[in-house]
Design a protein around this ligand. Structure first.
Ligand code: CP
Ligand code: NVA
Length: 306
């Protein structure tokens, strides 16, 4: 496994399996009151340039449960927010901390932190990708379906950070992946190039029902991501019809599970009815952020594992 988790394609299928196996074990241990302070004495810095509920709380609580400490570092308060270069921030923070999780806009900022710093860097969401979320998503799919091979994942909506990481993650673990998005909102070209290598296992269309046909897992995400609030009205029009509703559920496998990284906009990318009918799976997915993030922290930061 690489030293950092900067994007989904940093992980091989074997890496993902190892992380998910550890996440399952940590989930079991937490349910049975078993604690191991595998990161005792270590500190994770968490830099946030965007809002967060799940990512912040799962990493912060996860570090505490592993015997370590987490620092919430809002970019509003850091010198980085006043223009101190990321190259300098990386070298300074590497002298104090044992790892950094960062949520920001540009992927390059995360990559720069990794190149200039000397400690593990974890991507907690950029405009390009959201690998930590997709590890929790894959954990939940495996929990419900038992395995990945031959399963079909369909993603309906914006070709955003979630779509990018789901495509890479889903294909890497052996799922078929189908995307439905408007022509002007396709996933990142690098991700489409990656998917091309998987031949017929990947398809992309602008027809949601076509993508959903026979799907075992349906994913969606908001139409306007953080930083795109100003485009919300234009996007509402562009994404009309890209909603997980009864017609999408009917097109899918009768046993379909529905996943949403949250926060959700009911009545936009998913109907209230479908959301509530699949709430158990969606909130298991949210819970699994904790276990999956702890597994990532242990894999990247545990001293004897390096
Ligand atoms: N899904 C997710 O990353 O949620 P937050 O924005 O609340 O962290
Ligand atoms: N695509 C969303 C995901 C939030 C977890 C965003 O970037 O805002």
């Amino acid at each position: 496994m690489k030293k950092h988790l900067l994007k989904m394609s940093d992980l091989s299928r074997e890496d993902i399996t190892n992380i998910l196996n550890l996440a399952d074990q940590l989930k079991y241990e937490r349910a049975h009151g078993i604690t191991h302070h595998r990161l005792a004495g270590q500190t994770l810095g968490m830099i946030f340039q965007k809002s967060s509920t799940r990512t912040r709380v799962s990493f912060e609580t996860g570090m505490y449960q592993l015997g370590g400490n987490a620092l919430f570092l809002s970019s509003r308060d850091l010198q980085i927010g006043r223009g101190e270069p990321v190259q300098d921030t990386a070298r300074v923070l590497s002298r104090y901390l044992d790892g950094i999780m960062i949520r920001t806009f540009e992927q390059k900022e995360v990559e720069d932190l990794a190149s200039y710093g000397s400690i593990p860097i974890i991507n907690g969401l950029t405009d390009y990708c959201h690998p930590c979320q997709v590890l929790a998503d894959l954990m939940t799919v495996r929990e419900y379906k038992g395995q990945f091979d031959g399963l079909k994942m369909a993603y309906i909506g914006d070709g955003n950070n979630m779509a990018n990481s789901l495509i890479v993650g889903g294909l890497t673990v052996g799922m078929k992946v189908s995307i439905a998005c408007p022509d002007d909102y396709r996933p990142h070209p690098d991700v489409l190039a990656f998917a091309k290598g998987y031949g017929d296992s990947f398809s992309i269309t602008n027809k949601p029902v076509e993508a959903a046909a026979g799907a075992d897992v349906l994913f969606t995400d908001v139409w306007a991501s953080m930083g795109q609030e100003g485009e919300a009205e234009i996007r509402k029009k562009a994404f009309e019809g890209y909603c997980i509703d009864d017609s999408i559920i009917e097109a899918a496998n009768p046993e379909v599970m529905v996943q949403h990284c949250l926060p959700a906009h009911r009545g936009e990318e998913i109907t209230e009815k479908v959301f509530e009918a699949h709430a158990a799976e969606i909130f298991d997915e949210a819970e699994n952020r904790l276990h999956a993030q702890k597994a990532v922290l242990v894999k990247l930061m545990e001293k004897q594992a390096q």
